[in-house]
Design a protein around this ligand. Structure first.
Ligand code: CA
Ligand code: CA
Length: 168
């Protein structure tokens, strides 16, 4: 995505919504306009919606939308895997289930299947829900730091903000 397209995307954001955030249908409309492509499938845009609605309020805020645009400009393997993981981790507890990992395959086209996941979980002595480093290993075969945060601190920030509100 070049600078012109980036700026156009920002303009289109405000054409699609007047609420400074987007629901799933509006996000779909926006992406088809940015890409000038009406053949894009709703499941593809839903995949990204789930990944970038980090605070999980059912809306893509302008800030979340900017994160999405930055992602489109990037080519970073580990970050792409984080986005996939976020999309599957719909309840934002840093774990995904086997079924969730299988459900994002229709977008990611990864090669793993249920048997492969179960074998890996068994090798790692884990139950049927697993954290990001396991997902990364599943897709790439590479071991990374078990503490690697798929949300890059964003969830912690949100949690601490909501705790502040309770105190106030
Ligand atoms: Ca949101
Ligand atoms: Ca989860």
């Amino acid at each position: 995505m070049d600078e012109t397209k980036y700026k156009r995307a920002i303009t289109l954001f405000y054409e699609v919504t007047n609420r400074i955030q987007l629901d799933k249908s509006e996000f779909y409309i926006l992406i088809t306009r940015i890409e000038n492509d009406t053949t894009i499938e709703r499941k593809e845009t839903d995949f990204f919606f789930d990944a970038f609605d980090v605070n999980y309020d059912g809306e893509i805020s302008f800030e979340e939308f900017e994160d999405f645009l930055k992602y489109l400009c990037m080519n970073n393997e580990i970050y792409s895997r984080k986005i996939e993981f976020r999309s599957a981790d719909t309840n934002r507890d840093n774990l995904i289930s086997i079924d969730e990992a299988l459900s994002i395959k229709q977008i990611t086209n990864e090669k793993y299947d249920r048997e492969k996941i179960e074998k890996l979980l068994n090798d790692l002595d884990l139950e049927d829900e697993f954290p990001f480093y396991v997902y990364y290993k599943l897709c790439t075969g590479v071991s990374i730091d078990e503490k690697t945060d798929p949300y890059d601190g964003k969830l912690q920030l949100l949690n601490s903000q909501s705790k502040c509100c309770l105190i106030l």
